[in-house]
Design a protein around this ligand. Structure first.
Ligand code: C5P
Length: 243
């Protein structure tokens, strides 16, 4: 089952609350990223916790191992179910993150750490310009395998990379896909977009959708259309093949 997460990338608390309150009837997962976390993190996280919604805290941690482990120890108070780190931080950093998670989970929590393989806004040209010779797909493949090897729980990657990730990781490894654009919605700064149905057919566990919902004239109706598209694709996937 592919589940929807809404990215609450809003400038003001009232705007994030507005999106949340208009969509909460149909949505269990919300992503809190930099913009919301740094300006009104405590308030929006408290509201999500109170409403018993699941929190994806997308802080994309990337620092020396000790600092990342310490940060995970601190953010656990947020009540997050998922926290992100950048796979670019390497083996020692991801292992430190996994150890910090294990320490937390030993107290009865069930925190998961997922690695961002590569931002979905990065193209092969962007990589070249920053001195990286490998392609987007090669990097996603290498980093997904490394993240699992380091004991992390999953990755964030574009839909087109899901088959590459599945080929190199075990079935329970969680795959979260941003860069989702229902047909007819502007792609903005996302370079590798896919529809909700394509995400289901590829085998994503979660899709992260921001602007197509938060900037829609009617966010609730945008959510319902996306959920309907997910359900139709899911039914297609589960239907026995016709001979
Ligand atoms: O508005 P939009 O649907 O493009 O939002 C996508 C969300 O997913 C943003 O919050 C962005 O930070 C996040 N994201 C991404 N690419 C990644 C990881 C997270 O776009 N690799």
């Amino acid at each position: 089952m592919t589940q929807l997460m809404i990215a609450l990338d809003e400038a003001k608390l009232e705007e994030a609350q507005d999106v949340f309150r208009h969509t909460a009837a149909d949505v269990l997962w919300y992503k809190v990223g930099y913009q919301a976390y740094y300006s009104f993190g405590n308030e929006i996280l408290a509201e999500l916790r109170e409403a018993r919604r699941n929190i994806f805290l997308d802080l994309k941690l990337h620092d020396i191992p000790n600092t990342v482990a310490g940060a995970i120890g601190s953010v656990v108070r947020s009540g997050a179910s998922f926290v992100t780190v950048h796979a670019e931080g390497g083996r020692a950093m991801m292992q430190a993150a996994a150890q910090a998670r294990d320490k937390i989970n030993a107290t009865g929590r069930s925190l998961k750490i997922v690695a961002v393989t590569l931002l979905t806004s990065i193209s092969n040209d962007d990589l070249k310009e920053t001195g990286v010779d490998k392609s987007v797909h090669e990097i996603v493949s290498i980093r997904a395998a490394l993240a699992q090897d380091c004991g992390l729980d999953g990755v964030v990657c574009p839909v087109e990379a899901v088959p590459i990730v599945r080929a190199r990781t075990s079935p329970e490894f969680t795959i979260i896909c941003p860069g989702i654009r229902p047909a007819g919605v502007a792609s903005g700064d996302q370079k590798r977009t896919a529809t909700p149905a394509e995400a289901v057919l590829a085998g994503a566990d979660f899709i992260v959708v921001g602007r197509p919902i938060t900037k829609a004239l009617d966010p609730r109706s945008a959510v319902q259309k996306i959920c309907a598209e997910l359900a139709t694709a899911q039914a297609e996937l589960s239907a026995p093949e016709r001979s």
